[in-house]
Design a protein around this ligand. Structure first.
Ligand code: SF4
Length: 465
């Protein structure tokens, strides 16, 4: 067994965080030891993201900086994994000889073997095919960020043609996992203390179209809902085109499915949606929201917006602002458009919205959302909500943080670390735009009877997208 220490740095989305959990699990099972201190590691792994060029630039900087370490210590192994490995494999190996292992998005299930091969042969190793299915890796409890919560991949890749997005090129076409494999994995996680799962996919609600007829996300949710100890089930990221009546009915019939729904619109203007090739109009998007609210009145919605897409006019922008008001999103993630090499919008559309206009529109979207979020959060004051306690607050030592079933962050005064991973009631006493302040209620109800804290190691995280 190789007892070398490895350091793993993760950039990007939830999918990458899950992949890193699987990468770390595989390395540990092969005898490597994880360390949070880069300087003491003999294997340095970067799990990368290429969704935006700015995200890539940060990774390039980090890869460049690792050259000095390799020069000082030629025995150290440096591996680049994930989207950038997939996209820039040739450049990485030919122009960056200090990189030993290049491991693509469908190969990380054998990362340990690739690292070992590089150690033994003292040569560079490239794997960017489909040789190492990461979803088959058994997950190590110590690699999970929190005992009670887990991400579970259900579909990888994307078949959609969104003109600004590099994901179909880096992650490949959609491949769904069989229902049985997912159910088995979730059952194992539940036996291990998980009570909340988030099902992941780039187009998570397209799940199943490549499997046996009749298999879809609605069926999978009904299947997982039968696992008694599973208290919360959510899924991201959904595409409006696949929000079918069947899926809505399943969500309405299954009370443990989250009442927080992230449904990215990207723009409120039909002209921009068409240029993005999103495949729906503002009217259809709103109709889906209305239908789902009709079935589940308490449902909360969150959105993504891109500010300053090529050709976006002031009127288009106003349409996005009005969409925030009309739906009353509880949260929006807003990004300034920046052309991403290799995408249709970068190659064929003129990036004609000036930087300062993009920045202003970005701000206006954020400010509108903050106003709407604050009003929604204020309506919670006085209510008692059940939260899953996630851990100490990042900003105040005397506070802990938890989340409601509708994904609202609640901070509350607490000194008892045993509450981590438990469901407790809090009374909401104050509202802010991005979070709530609560007071722990007397009748603390726990679902993990006699279960102590078992938080996993925090993995190093690079700047996200
Ligand atoms: S649905 Fe569109 S934005 Fe989402 S991953 Fe696929 S191509 Fe990218």
């Amino acid at each position: 067994m190789d007892r070398r220490k490895f350091f793993l740095l993760t950039y990007g989305c939830q999918m990458n965080k899950l992949d890193s959990e699987l990468i770390a699990s595989r390395m540990i099972q092969a005898g490597f030891e994880e360390t949070e201190r880069e300087e003491e590691a003999q294997v340095l792994l970067l799990n990368t993201c290429s969704i935006r060029e700015s995200a890539e630039d940060r990774v390039w900087g980090r890869i460049g900086a690792m050259k000095a370490r390799k020069k000082k210590d030629p025995e150290v192994i440096i591996g680049v994994l994930g989207c950038m490995a997939q996209e820039h494999k040739v450049f990485l190996r030919t122009r960056m000889p200090h990189i030993d292992v290049v491991c693509g998005t469908r190969e990380f299930g054998r990362i340990d073997a690739l690292v070992r091969e590089s150690i033994e042969t003292r040569k560079g190793v490239i794997a960017t095919g489909e040789g190492g299915n990461g979803d088959l890796v058994q997950r190590e409890l110590s690699c999970r960020p929190m005992r009670a919560q887990a991400f579970v991949n259900i579909i990888r890749g994307c078949n959609m043609p969104c003109t600004y997005c590099i994901v179909p090129a880096t992650r490949g076409p959609e491949v769904s996992r069989p229902v049985d494999a997912i159910r088995e994995e979730v059952e194992r996680l539940v036996a291990d203390g998980v009570t909340e799962v988030t099902l992941l996919g780039q187009t998570v609600n397209a799940y199943g179209h490549d499997l046996e007829r009749g298999t879809d996300l609605a069926l999978l949710l009904r299947e997982l809902h039968q696992i008694p100890a599973l208290r919360r089930i959510s899924f991201v990221t959904s595409h409006p085109s696949f929000l079918t009546p069947r899926l809505m009915e399943a969500m309405a019939a299954l009370p443990r499915v989250s009442r927080y729904f992230h449904l990215p619109a990207q723009s409120g203007s039909n002209q921009v949606l068409k240029a993005m090739k999103r495949g729906y109009t503002r009217e259809r998007y709103l109709a889906r929201i209305r239908d789902l609210k009709g079935l589940i009145p308490e449902m909360e919605f969150a959105c993504d917006f891109i500010a300053g897409f090529p050709g976006e006019t002031e009127e288009d922008h106003r349409q996005s602002l009005s969409l925030i008001e009309e739906v009353g999103f509880s949260q929006s993630f807003v990004f300034k458009y920046s052309p991403r090499k290799g995408t249709v919008s970068a190659d064929y559309l003129r990036d004609d919205v000036p930087e300062e206009v993009k920045a202003r529109r970005n701000q206006e979207l954020l400010q509108t959302q903050e106003r709407v979020s604050l009003a929604r959060n204020r309506a919670q004051v006085g209510e008692v909500r059940e939260i899953l306690v996630e851990g100490p607050s990042k900003t105040r030592k005397d506070r802990y943080t938890g989340r409601t079933a509708r994904n609202r962050i609640v901070h509350f005064a607490n000194e008892d670390p045993n509450l981590v991973g438990r469901y407790v009631p809090v009374r909401i006493v104050e509202a802010q735009a991005h979070s709530l302040i609560g007071v722990l209620q007397e009748e603390t109800r726990t679902v993990l009877e006699g279960d102590g804290v078992l938080a996993g190691k925090g993995r190093a995280e690079g700047a996200s997208q």
